[in-house]
Design a binder for this molecule. Structure first.
Ligand SMILES: *Cc1c(COP(=O)(O)O)cnc(C)c1O
Length: 367
């Protein structure tokens, strides 16, 4: 079976360094908010090209805490509207509703699967305060267009970068376009910890300071609570793991890129729509997502031939039980994407032989 993603194989490459880093933390006797986190935050901010990076417990918290911080700073208030793509992972929407804000779902571009900037202005109302673009599957949303709209309408921009570490256009990386970027280091992401963790990037000093308090019970100084914060810290062990893995991220992105190139050159089947790339460096190939009107048959066929695939995602947020009140929205592009997408195996450790097998089986599919 060709696995969708072989995490063991990915981390085995660095096991010596990871084990040493782990021992270093154990021996230090200091497990939270210490030197490992400080180093990782500095390195990650440098990688993204931002002034600051704040480590938190996971990607959902990264998104949620930025919106909370903007509320604490008085930029937004309860029931304000946040524009967000309709086809995204549920976390993008959960962060909005967790803050008593209103998600306004906007259709994606059918080619890139990212929010269609042309449809943003018509979704703006006097209550709109922010745009939350998602760089889905690893490809940057059209940030030049989105930032221009944000400037024109005076809106805040929070990028959901959970799938797009290192993606860039004009040498400007994911997480450095908006007023803040939220990252996840869930083990399966392109930069994955060995457990949960996340981070927020920003150039705004005030936001950085509020976030540092919010992740630690709303307190800068022990037992003095300015905000109703939470416990969302990136622990020292995970920071140490991430410091090791960050060194290899650029190389891993290049490996993913070459897998994607081979798929794009090799897969030729009228039943399969290949991904559309608007700029080579803008895609870091977290996922290689193809589309087919015969998606379910294709998935079954690939499975029968030993190729594991996953659907990202089978049910759009507005069709989820928890967002029943959004069920009546008409979002035909989003719904057709969810019916047709399927993700092929891609990773820095997939072999040449496996890639060729995936291509061969895809090209044989004929139902
Ligand atoms: C993974 C992911 C998140 C959430 O990250 P966690 O670390 O799992 O909380 C948010 N948004 C998107 C688009 C994601 O893919």
């Amino acid at each position: 079976m060709i696995k969708f993603l072989d995490l063991k194989k990915i981390n085995e490459q660095y096991q010596q360094e990871l084990k040493e880093a782990c021992s270093r933390v154990i021996d230090s006797g200091w497990y939270l908010l210490g030197r490992e986190l400080e180093n990782f935050e500095a390195e990650f901010a440098r990688f993204c090209g931002t002034q600051y990076a704040v480590g938190v417990a996971n990607g959902l918290d990264a998104l949620t805490l930025v919106l909370q911080a903007w509320k604490e700073l008085g930029y937004i208030e309860d029931s304000d509207e946040v524009i967000v793509p309709a086809n995204t992972y549920i976390a993008s929407i959960l962060a909005i509703t967790a803050n008593n804000l209103t998600p306004v779902l906007v259709e994606p571009d059918i080619h890139t699967y990212n929010i269609d900037p042309q449809k943003i202005p018509e979704a703006i109302t006097p209550k709109t305060k922010a745009i939350l673009p998602v760089h889905l599957y690893g490809q940057l949303a059209d940030m030049p267009a989105i930032m221009q709209i944000a400037q024109e309408y005076n809106l805040l921009v929070l990028e959901d970068c959970a799938q797009s570490h290192g993606a860039h256009i004009y040498n400007k990386k994911a997480g450095s376009w908006g007023h803040a970027g939220a990252f996840s280091f869930y083990p399966g992401k392109n930069l994955g910890a060995l457990g949960d963790s996340g981070a927020i990037t920003t150039d705004n000093k005030e936001l950085d300071e509020v976030l540092r308090a919010l992740r630690n019970y709303g307190s800068h100084e022990k037992y003095k609570n300015i905000y109703r914060g939470t416990n969302s810290r990136l622990d020292e062990i995970q920071a140490a793991m991430l410091l090791v893995k960050l060194k290899y991220l650029q190389n891993e992105i290049q490996l993913r890129q070459s897998v994607a190139d081979k798929y794009i050159q090799g897969i030729r089947n009228p039943h399969i729509v290949l991904p559309h790339i608007f700029e080579k460096t803008a895609h870091v190939w977290h996922l290689f997502v193809i589309r087919s009107a015969k998606r379910d048959a294709l998935q079954q066929y690939l499975n029968q031939h030993g190729i594991q695939t996953i659907i990202h995602y089978p049910i759009p947020p507005h069709k989820q039980v928890c967002y029943e009140y959004l069920d009546t929205l008409s979002l035909p592009i989003t719904e057709s994407i969810h019916k047709e997408v399927i993700s092929l195996p891609i990773s820095p450790v997939i072999t040449e032989e496996e890639i060729n097998r995936v291509i061969g089986i895809c090209n044989q599919f004929n139902h």
